[in-house]
Design a binder for this molecule. Structure first.
Ligand SMILES: [Fe+2]
Length: 285
């Protein structure tokens, strides 16, 4: 092995020690990183702050980089910017700014782009400016969530599919998409149980974009999804990453949920740059 690995949480996630993403990593190093990604679902790299070209070069090892949603400040580019800083003025945006309101949806447990038909394979988030406290990103493993279900619950999940919609999760925070954004982000149906295409590990596939269960009354499906989400996100299941400038975290959107945690956005700057890798056709058993 070229790198060392340090567990972030007993159930998932590792820090990859010895890999400097600001330098070119050769093919065997990347193969090792890709294998660790499939196994551990969340990878942390510490190092110097990546510039956009370095982040893109690393991201492309994972697959095709997705064009971002237009609601984001960096919309319609290969980057999604997660920040309270106005790109045009370089000043803090007030809490009632539409962009800040849009980002409130990131506080809900979600899988990036699960409202798209192919979803996302993974996200790569690099920390450029971090607040002195708060602003963590919290993660839970949906493999661990699946493993923790009773056989009866597993049987109830098998064969079901959930409808994922950005308009639904944003509605939960009181935010309305424009008609153009609604058209850009149609809903997508995904199986409730997924299988990793490399190692065959099973996981639940849920999150705040999941609006209801196909074929069940909306209220009943929503209650079921809420119950599964509560079980998956119990406190002992959470790894909360406290960011340092230069950190890069890669997470598997097929197998983990994440959410942003609050910080004092009226006083401190936070700038995170995300690339998102296009998903693949979903495998089920
Ligand atoms: Fe996200």
């Amino acid at each position: 092995m070229m790198f060392d690995y340090r567990l972030l949480h007993p159930r998932f996630g590792v820090e990859v020690v010895g890999a400097d993403l600001s330098r070119t990593i050769d093919e065997s190093g990347c193969a090792e990183i890709l294998e660790a990604f499939e196994t551990h679902s969340v990878l942390l790299f510490r190092g110097p702050i990546l510039d956009d070209e370095q982040q893109l070069a690393f991201s492309r090892w994972f697959g095709e980089v997705q064009v971002s949603f237009s609601g984001n400040q960096s919309g319609a580019t290969l980057f999604s910017r997660q920040s309270n800083i106005d790109m045009e003025t370089d000043t803090l945006m007030p809490p009632d700014h539409r962009q800040m309101k849009y980002q409130e949806g990131n506080r809900l447990w979600h899988s990036d782009s699960s409202y798209r038909p192919l979803g996302s394979k993974c996200s790569i988030l690099s920390a450029h400016e971090t607040p002195p406290s708060g602003g963590d990103t919290a993660f839970v493993s949906l493999r661990a969530a699946w493993d923790g279900l009773s056989d009866d619950m597993k049987r109830r999940c098998e064969g079901l599919s959930a409808m994922h919609a950005l308009s639904y999760s944003r509605h939960l925070t009181g935010f309305s998409l424009t008609p153009e954004q609604e058209a850009e982000a149609p809903s997508a149906l995904h199986p409730l149980v997924r299988v990793n295409p490399v190692n065959g590990r099973k996981n639940l596939f849920i999150g705040s974009h999941a609006s209801h269960i196909d074929g069940l009354p909306v209220d009943e499906g929503r209650r079921f999804l809420g119950d599964l989400l509560d079980r998956a996100t119990e406190p002992a299941a959470v790894y909360a990453h406290a960011w340092r400038d230069g950190d890069v975290v890669v997470w598997d959107n097929r197998a983990v949920l994440h959410r942003a945690t609050p910080f004092d956005a009226t006083r401190h700057r936070r700038l995170m740059q995300r690339t998102t890798i296009v998903g693949e056709a979903v495998l089920t058993l």
